[in-house]
Design a protein. Structure first.
Length: 105
């Protein structure tokens, strides 16, 4: 399994912590919302994966058919079946302000 990038998101194969699975999955399958454009990274078919969000962390549990992740400005990516991912958003560091911030997509 390998790490996969789509725009400002990294899909890193990782076991989903138990406390995350205690939460309900996202109903719309949105992994990350685009602040600048309003476009969303989302699963193409809700029956193929569950998206869990706890605070600023997002996790993806892919079912036996695999799943496509779509976004209006990026190429569609395909994630392997029966895999779990931690989804990390890219950040940049502003040295003048001495702070890190998420990259707006």
């Amino acid at each position: 399994m390998k790490t996969i990038r789509q725009g400002d998101l990294l899909f890193i194969p990782e076991v989903i912590p138990g406390y995350v699975l205690e939460h309900e999955p996202e109903k719309k399958g949105v992994i990350a919302e685009g602040e600048a454009t309003g476009h969303h990274h989302r699963v193409a078919a809700l029956e193929d994966a569950q998206v869990y969000r706890v605070h600023d962390d997002a996790y993806l549990n892919v079912g036996p058919n695999g799943v496509s992740i779509v976004h209006e400005e990026h190429h569609t990516i395909r994630l392997e079946p029966n895999t779990t991912y931690k989804v990390n958003r890219a950040r940049e560091f502003d040295y003048l302000a001495s702070m890190a911030r998420y990259i707006a997509d």
